[in-house]
Design a protein around this ligand. Structure first.
Ligand code: ZN
Length: 301
């Protein structure tokens, strides 16, 4: 893997206010799950710097794209239950947005994984449900119906129907995309007039991230950029979206999963998870505001 210098992926500036975190990459520690969704955090990350003009934190230097693509394609998947819980969390957010949509016809989920959200979207009444997913592991775990509904590969506008979607979602995926600005502009063209683009991502300015510093799971080898409220608004505004809303997003997961994410030594984590199991608390669902944001905007013309 080669690391290459990079300017701000959002505004193109090379002026930075600070180095948010120093690089920590141990190639020998990479596994099939390093580029999987909802894995146990490994604490590996690129050097992340904060852009002076748009307030995005981005990897600089960043890995070469071919290496990154290869890692995503061959990534494993071991998080069926967590994927289902995430789909319920994201489904609740979509439910609260339904009145903003022109209709509930065609919907696209970018970074669809095993398609757990596609099941939720069908349950809400969307008539044509599609996903995009490059990793083979989650696709193997998907149902036949979801395999047929998911475009296998990296997001590309040319594989999709321009001007046809009522809603496009991108949940916990914008951190991973090499050109997030191009993706956001592409989505604008895919939406029908009045269609909504809805993003959920990490917020590096959230209290949890500031308290945990380098122990925060948001610093990860999968993340090429991490947003704040200001940079998420910039992303949507720059692409021409209107009626932009940016707000904190709470997640509801069983205590067992919160322990999986918790920044503590593995032995302590194992002990905690065993205790939860013995006390039958591991499947107790708890809602936490753990430093996530949602952002949405409408594509009018
Ligand atoms: Zn910038």
């Amino acid at each position: 893997m080669k690391l290459e210098p990079r300017t701000c992926p959002l505004c193109g500036s090379s002026r930075i206010t600070s180095v948010l975190i120093d690089e920590d990459i141990r190639m020998a520690a990479l596994t099939g799950l390093s580029f999987a969704s909802r894995k146990v955090p490994e604490g590996m990350h690129y050097q992340m710097v904060v852009c002076e003009s748009c307030d995005i934190a981005y990897a600089n230097p960043a890995p070469d794209i071919q290496w990154l693509h290869d890692q995503y394609v061959k990534a494993d998947f071991d998080a069926v239950a967590e994927s289902r819980d995430a789909a319920q969390n994201h489904g609740r957010l979509i439910w609260s947005m339904l009145s903003k949509l022109p209709d509930i016809e065609r919907v696209l989920d970018i970074g669809a994984g095993d398609g757990a959200l596609l099941d939720v979207l069908r349950g809400m009444g969307f008539s044509q449900v599609e996903g995009v997913e490059p990793s083979e592991g989650p696709l193997r775990a998907a149902s036949d119906e979801n395999q047929a509904a998911i475009h296998q590969g990296f997001f590309s506008e040319i594989d999709l129907a321009v001007g046809k979607y009522s809603l496009v979602t991108c949940f916990q995926t914008v951190e991973h995309v090499e050109d997030v600005k191009a993706l956001t502009r592409s989505v604008f063209r895919l939406l029908k007039p009045g269609g909504l683009f809805l993003i959920v991502c990490h917020n590096f300015r959230a209290l949890t991230a500031r308290l945990l510093k380098q122990r925060s799971p948001i610093f990860d080898i999968e993340h090429l950029q991490i947003f704040s409220s200001a940079s998420l608004r910039y992303l949507l505004d720059d692409a021409g979206y209107e009626d932009i809303t940016i707000a904190p997003f709470s997640n509801r997961y069983p205590l067992d999963y919160w322990f999986k994410l918790a920044p503590m030594p593995t032995k302590l984590k194992d002990l905690g998870q065993r205790l939860l199991c013995v006390t039958k608390l591991s499947q107790l669902y708890v809602s936490l505001r753990a430093g996530n944001l949602y952002g949405c905007g409408i594509a009018r013309s």
